[in-house]
Each structure stands twice: as structure tokens, then as C-alpha cells.
Design a protein around this ligand. Structure first.
Ligand SMILES: Cc1ncc(COP(=O)(O)O)c(C=O)c1O
Length: 451
């Protein structure tokens, strides 16, 4: 490693790297050098405030010594044990997870990330129910492998059709700001709004044939597709529909889990226990790649005599499990879940203030440290500042301003996501918001009046 100079990092990475989700000639990677807390630095020493927890995953913040030490010690003691082995980290992490997951989700299949966790959850649901269809929502992302991509509702799926997994049917999200069913009556009560979306789902269940549906797969709080927070009663209603028709409920907590919403898992806010729950990202805070499927004991028992047909060479990799154990201990001992819950209203107030000050802000939403700003050209028509699945000169200029001024932030079409590490302080949040406040002057210029 030492024979490469800092100056060579970017050109060599560009020469030999192949970049995901990108046209190769258009990438502009930041040559990162080090990271600590809520900040990271490039090779020039420029500091960035990380408002996206890198990929919405560094929940405990960067450079945590305890997790690093756990990884080093595990590497020294036993860097690898194959999937058929029992090991100390495997025993410890299973026990720890069963203490923090809801209900009787107490058996865990370990993967390397979120996509393969969802793939395995789908397989488990199909094998358990003997049914094949998966219902998922349009505004969702479940991963880039074939099955997870098929389940994904957003346009990332469309590029690969029809070569993805068959048997997925999509339905609409209870997305109040742009609700399809309520364009003429936006003031509808929350209870009626919720019921309309549950009726929509039940109608689809009827049309598809409940006896063909293995599972409904949902991001508990939708992530990149809009930080859509389910209205009161929605998740409980989906749970009831699943129970009524013998369908399993899979909660994708890859982004919403591990404190992001101010609870261990977003399902905790609605006291809902799914049958299967997938996790990744915050499970290790990205110190090592790891995903997991939590399953109800009955589902695990179904496979007591039957073989579960699935596996991965790196299932239960000791180094990744050791990272997860230390990460969870950090969250527990530093009370990061409580801290995210306490910072939730602080973030919400800052978002609301921004919305009041800037006409290009159509709506803000947040839960815990999971926030979003929807940018519009017109508040009445809600015309987004960039088209669906597209960008615009204003969004490009906005993001450039943020990066130029040292705030690393994720923009998606016409939205801006605020997903900082859970250790962020009010002062650090305010530091980022001061720059956001300036950057929004760019998008405000694009606002058109209704007249
Ligand atoms: C909700 C959700 N599910 C699944 C995934 C896929 O996870 P991975 O990229 O680790 O495969 C992601 C990744 O962003 C996600 O946000």
C-alpha cells in the first residue's frame, strides 16, 4: 500500500476501478484519506461533514476504536470459520440480536449485505408457505441482485427487466404528499387515508389470489424513495391482512434499523412484529460487510427436518460478526438509540425552519435522524424541481454547492436526504444546516409562481 502516493489514489482508481450505478466516464470520486466521528477528509485535507453516514450505514460514526479493536482481535484469534462451524462470535451475536429484535424473531441467517438478506428472506418465505408471489411497493429499493432487484419498485429495476426474478407484484405506497388517491381531497383524515391504502392492497391480494402470495415485503420507513413514514395503523393493517390470508410479512430494515429512526428497529414505533426482518448497514455500521435475516422461531422450525436450500461461503464470517457485536455494544453503552430519539425533534425543527424560509421546499419529513426535503418549483402544483428518475441543473448546482462547502449529502431526483451518524451533536447538525440554508437559495431561484 505504501508504494502508492496520495496523488496516485484518484488516477489509479479511475484507471482500474469500475463504478456502480455510474457511467464510467462521468464519475467524480472523492479521494478519501481518513474519517473520524461525523467527518471525513480527502487527500488534500479538506474536511466533509458526513450528512449521509457514507451510504446511510455508518450509524455509530467513523473511526470507533472499540469496533476497530474487536475486528483486529477477531482477525488475530480466528479470522475465518466456514458456515458449518459454530463460533464464539456466532453464538454471541445471535444472543445479542435476539435481545434487541421484536417478538420471537430469534433465529438469524447471516449474509454479507442487504440484497442477499432480502434474497434469503424471499426464499425462506417461499419455502415456508409453498407459495411463490411476492408483493412489494413501487417506492422501494431492496438491493441490486436479481431477486432483490425484482422486488425493488423504483426505476433501478426497470433497466434489467425482464431478466429479474418472476413473481413480484407491486402496489402503491401510503405517500401522503403525492397521494394518487387523494389529489382531489388532500385533507382526508389519517384514518381514512390509511384505510384507502389498505383497501388498495387487499384488492391486489384478491386479484392475485392469496393462495399464490408468499410474502409482502416492505421497507418499514421507505429510504431513498422518500423517507415515507407509514401513517398510524398502516403497518398494523398490513400485518392483519397478512394474518388473514396466510401471507408472511417481511420488513426490510436495512436502512431503517439500528437506531436510524430513534428505535432499534422502525417496526418498534408501531409495535408490529414481522415474520422475517432483514438488516445490514447499521448492523455493523459498515465496519465490515454483514447482513442478516431474522426469522420467527416457527419459520426456523419448519426447516428442522427439511433442508434449507441456500448458502454463502462467507455466511457468519467471524470478522464481520465481531464488528456487529462491538457495534451493538457501542450503541447500547453510549445510548445511541436514545440519543437518536432525542435528536429527532431537533432535526425536525431545523427541517421545518428551513421549509419556512425557502419557497423551493415543498415538504420536509423526518423520524429520528432520518430526514428528507422535497424540492419543488411550485408549492401549489408540487412540480418537483427534478423530474421522476431524473436530475436538473438546479439539483446538480445544489449538490455541488454542498460538496464545495464541505457537506457530504445524498440527493435523489428532487429530494435531499439528511441521514447523519447517530452521534451527531446539535451544533454539528446546525453547521450542516447553515450550509443547506445557503444552498437552497439556488433552488429558490427556480420557483415559479402559480399565476
Ligand atoms: C432498504 C434497503 N434494502 C436493501 C438494500 C441493499 O443493501 P446492500 O446494498 O447492502 O445489498 C438497501 C441499500 O441501500 C436498502 O436501502
Amino acid at each position: 500500500m505504501s508504494d502508492i502516493t496520495d496523488a496516485e489514489i484518484l488516477p489509479l482508481s479511475l484507471e482500474h476501478g469500475f463504478w456502480t450505478w455510474s457511467a464510467q466516464g462521468k464519475v467524480t470520486p472523492i479521494p478519501i484519506k481518513k474519517a473520524k466521528g461525523v467527518y471525513f477528509w480527502d487527500i488534500e485535507g479538506k474536511r466533509y461533514l458526513d450528512f449521509n453516514s457514507m451510504v446511510m450505514c455508518v450509524n455509530i460514526g467513523h473511526g470507533n476504536e472499540r469496533v476497530i479493536k474487536a475486528i483486529v482481535e477477531q482477525a488475530q484469534e480466528l479470522p475465518f470459520a466456514g458456515p458449518p462451524m459454530a463460533s464464539k462470535p456466532r453464538a454471541t451475536l445471535g444472543k445479542l440480536l435476539s435481545e434487541i429484535t421484536p417478538g420471537n424473531l430469534n433465529r438469524f441467517l447471516f449474509t454479507l449485505g442487504g440484497a442477499d438478506a432480502n434474497e434469503n428472506a424471499i426464499k425462506l418465505a417461499r419455502a415456508y408457505t409453498g407459495r411463490h408471489k411476492i408483493l412489494a411497493r413501487y417506492r422501494s429499493y431492496h438491493g441490486a441482485s436479481a431477486g432483490a432487484m425484482a422486488a425493488t419498485g423504483d426505476p433501478r429495476r426497470v433497466a434489467w427487466e425482464p431478466l429479474t426474478m418472476p413473481g413480484v407484484v407491486h402496489f402503491l405506497d401510503p405517500y401522503r404528499y403525492r397521494s394518487t388517491f387523494h389529489r382531489t381531497n388532500p385533507e382526508i383524515s389519517e384514518a381514512d387515508f390509511t384505510q384507502d391504502y389498505l383497501n388498495h392492497l387487499e384488492e391486489i391480494i384478491h386479484y392475485e389470489g392469496p393462495e399464490t402470495i408468499a410474502a409482502i415485503l416492505l421497507e418499514t420507513v421507505t429510504g431513498t424513495n422518500g423517507v415515507i413514514i407509514p401513517p398510524e395503523g398502516y403497518l398494523q393493517g398490513v400485518r392483519q391482512l397478512c394474518d388473514r390470508y396466510g401471507i408472511l410479512l417481511i420488513s426490510d430494515e436495512v436502512m431503517s434499523g439500528f437506531g436510524r429512526t430513534g428505535a432499534w428497529f422502525a417496526v418498534n414505533h408501531w409495535n408490529m412484529t414481522p415474520d422475517l426482518m432483514t438488516m445490514a448497514k447499521g448492523l455493523t455500521s459498515a465496519y465490515a460487510p454483514l447482513g442478516a435475516v431474522a426469522m420467527r422461531s416457527e419459520i426456523a422450525e419448519h426447516f428442522s427436518e427439511r433442508v434449507y436450500q441456500g448458502g454463502l461461503t462467507y455466511n457468519s464470517h467471524p470478522i464481520c460478526l465481531a464488528a456487529a457485536i462491538a457495534n451493538i455494544q457501542v450503541m447500547q453503552e453510549e445510548h445511541l438509540i436514545e440519543r437518536a430519539a432525542a435528536m429527532g425533534p431537533v432535526l425536525h425543527r431545523m427541517l421545518t425552519d428551513l421549509g419556512e424560509a425557502h419557497p423551493s421546499v415543498g415538504e420536509v419529513r423526518s423520524i429520528g435522524l432520518f430526514g428528507i426535503i422535497e424540492l419543488v418549483r411550485n408549492r401549489q402544483t408540487k412540480e418537483p424541481i427534478a423530474p421522476f428518475n431524473g436530475s436538473s441543473p438546479e439539483m446538480v448546482a445544489f449538490r455541488k454547492y454542498m460538496l464545495d462547502h464541505g457537506v457530504y449529502i445524498y440527493t435523489h431526483w428532487h429530494t435531499v436526504l439528511i441521514i447523519p451518524p447517530l452521534i451527531i451533536t446539535e451544533e454539528q447538525l446546525a453547521e450542516g444546516f447553515a450550509i443547506l440554508d445557503k444552498a437552497l437559495e439556488i433552488t429558490d431561484k427556480a420557483v415559479k409562481s402559480s399565476a
